[in-house]
Ligand binder design. Structure first.
Ligand code: HSE
Length: 382
């Protein structure tokens, strides 16, 4: 089966290597026929080209693999590939989360499918597990560490008492971070992954901007010291909860008890848990970022297409997000404590409080009103 590969960066080059190496008989059935690269300096292989049209219009190519990242031109190329009747595999969560409704419709009309295992959880078979679970069961909720960069930063900062900037630089050097690392540290990467998980888990396509999102950009050594003093670990978690008439969907740093399994997920690893009616809790753990683990997930999807094991893309339902359904207690450090007087259950210092139990929607409203760019918020679950 012939593949057109769009993008030859961290993930694309990993896909090329796995397929060219052909360790298994399934992978030896695949062939990377053409590769789109960005500029002339990258033209190092006869299969490489600077023309996307040459690949997208090539009748011999069955599958387009998009590993370019970013919204455009990735979105336009994927749309064109589907219109040309080609299957698509993408690792690009930001693009797919933004355009999945449109792209799934085009795929359905052209009798092809869109696959995105690598877009969510890197090398972990999380999307495939949701597909399998949903064949038999209803998913009640999911939660997880979906971002390797922030997990790496939080773990290294806690263990080494080192600075945020140093650890972000390391994560970039290791190839974990997004092209724009704001997507990692502000929680937007996890937001896209939560959105795609909602597609599989709850059959609903969401506007990603409706997913309440807090990141770790403003975390300080004082916040991590609080965790250390109280036997807690800080992790950035993505969450989805099904309430029949609506769902909750949110991204937030969480202070977890050290006994919580998520507290002990190291480095760039991801861990995601689903809870469903008959299976109960099931957890998936593995490398959530990096070249070969992510490329592994892409190649798994290509093999699925080759074996004709396409997951059906069911019709999606317009279920709204209602985060008043999720309640918790929150740690808030802010330069504007006067905005949180009504919410406080306990003041840790002049500018840091623990809230009473309250809805996420309410606390998010207070944070928005305070409009404090130094504010750090975490849910405390221990
Ligand atoms: N920047 C992402 C992460 C890459 O750190 O998890 C994988 O999606």
């Amino acid at each position: 089966m012939k593949i057109g590969l769009l993008g030859y960066g961290v993930v694309g080059s990993g896909v090329g290597k796995i397929i060219d190496d052909g360790l298994t008989w399934e992978v030896r059935e695949l062939e990377v026929a053409r590769i789109l690269v960005k500029d002339e300096s990258e033209l190092k292989d006869p299969r490489m080209t600077l023309s996307a049209d040459e690949i997208l219009n090539d009748p011999e190519i069955d599958v387009i693999v998009e590993c370019m990242g970013g919204l455009e031109p990735a979105h336009t190329y994927v749309r064109k590939a589907l219109e040309n009747g080609k299957y698509v595999v993408t690792s690009n969560k930001k693009m797919l989360a933004s355009y999945c409704s449109e792209l799934f419709d085009i795929a359905r009309k052209n009798n092809v499918t869109v696959h995105y295992e690598a877009a969510c959880g890197g090398g972990i078979p999380w999307m495939a597990s949701l597909d399998r679970t949903r064949r038999v069961d209803d998913i009640i909720s999911f939660r997880g560490i979906f971002n390797g960069t922030t997990n790496y930063i939080l773990e290294r900062m806690s263990k080494e008492h080192s600075s945020f900037a140093d650890k972000l630089k390391e994560a970039q050097e290791l190839g974990y971070a997004e092209r724009d690392p704001s997507d990692d540290i502000d929680g937007y990467d996890v937001r896209s992954k939560v959105s795609l998980s909602c597609v599989k888990a709850f059959d609903t396509v969401q506007n990603t901007e409706d997913i309440t999102t807090f990141g770790i950009r403003t975390i300080s050594e004082a916040d991590l010291q609080y965790c250390e003093d109280h036997g807690l670990a800080c992790k950035l978690l993505g969450n989805g909860e099904f309430h029949h008439s609506c769902i909750s969907a949110y991204v937030i740093p969480v202070f977890l008890g050290k006994e919580d399994v998520f507290a002990n997920i190291p480095l760039n690893f991801n861990a995601i848990e689903s809870n469903s009616l008959t299976l109960g809790r099931a957890m998936f753990y593995g490398q959530g970022a990096g070249s070969l683990p992510t490329a592994h997930a892409v190649v798994q999807n290509i093999v699925d297409i080759w074996k004709n094991q396409d997951p059906e893309i069911n019709d999606k339902f317009p279920v709204s997000i209602d985060n008043s359904r999720h309640e918790g207690c929150y740690y808030i450090r802010t330069g504007k404590p006067e905005f949180f007087l009504d919410a406080a259950a306990e003041w840790i210092s002049d500018n840091t409080l623990l809230t009473k139990k309250m809805s996420l929607q309410k606390v998010a409203g207070m944070v928005e009103q305070a409009d404090d760019e130094t504010l750090f918020i975490a849910e405390v679950t221990a």
